[in-house]
Design a protein around this ligand. Structure first.
Ligand code: ADP
Length: 164
C-alpha cells in the first residue's frame, strides 16, 4: 500500500472563508489528509479579530463532516512546522495576479530553507476569487451581510463578536 499523502494549508484564517474551505476541500483530490495550519505570532494578537482557540474551534466545526481535514496552529517558520509534522507538501490559494508575486517569493525562500518542500497552488471556484478574510472582517464590522461568504459556525461567531 502506498504511503498516505498529507498536505499542510497554512494561513491566518481570521476568519475562515468559503474561499479557504474550497481550497482545503479541493486539496483532498491529491492529498489523503489536509492539515489547516493557523499561523500566528504572539506580537500580532492585537490586530486579530479571533483568538487562535476561537479559530481552531470554528475550523473544526466547519469541517465536522470531513475527517480527512484536521486543524493545528504554529508560530515560527512554516518549514519548521512542516518538518515537525514530516510533511513536505504545502498548499496555497491563488486568487489573482496580485497574490502571485508574494507567493512566488515565499515559495522560493521556503525551498531555500528546506529543499524538499513542494508548494502546490490552487485556484478557488470563480465566485470566491475576490474573497479575503480582511474583506470579510471589514464588511461584517460595518454591518454588511457576509452570510454568502462564510459557513454558519463562522457567521455565528462574527455576529457574537461584532454584535451585528
Ligand atoms: P486572507 O488572505 O484571506 O487573509 P490567509 O492569510 O489566511 O487569508 O490565507 C491563507 C491562504 O489562503 C493563502 O494562500 C491565500 O492566498 C489563500 N486564500 C485566501 N482567500 C482565498 C480565496 N478566496 N480563494 C483562494 N485562496 C484564498
Amino acid at each position: 500500500m502506498s504511503e498516505s499523502k498529507v498536505a499542510i494549508y497554512p494561513g491566518s484564517f481570521d476568519p475562515l472563508t468559503l474561499g479557504h474551505e474550497d481550497i482545503a476541500r479541493r486539496s483532498l483530490k491529491f492529498a489523503d489528509r489536509v492539515i489547516i495550519a493557523i499561523a500566528h505570532h504572539p506580537t500580532q494578537s492585537k490586530d486579530r479579530l479571533f483568538s487562535v482557540d476561537e479559530r481552531l474551534a470554528m475550523i473544526k466545526e466547519c469541517f465536522a463532516d470531513e475527517p480527512r481535514i484536521d486543524v493545528a496552529h504554529f508560530s515560527g517558520l512554516l518549514v519548521d512546522f512542516c518538518a515537525s509534522r514530516k510533511v513536505n507538501i504545502v498548499v496555497r490559494g491563488l486568487r489573482a495576479v496580485s497574490d502571485f508575486e508574494y507567493e512566488f517569493q515565499m515559495a522560493l525562500m521556503n525551498r531555500e530553507l528546506w529543499p524538499d518542500l513542494e508548494m502546490v497552488f490552487m485556484t478557488p471556484a470563480g465566485e470566491y476569487t475576490f474573497l479575503s478574510a480582511s474583506l470579510i472582517r471589514e464588511i461584517a464590522s460595518l454591518g454588511g451581510d457576509v452570510s454568502r461568504f462564510v459557513s454558519p459556525p463562522v457567521l455565528r461567531r462574527l455576529r457574537e463578536r461584532l454584535g451585528t
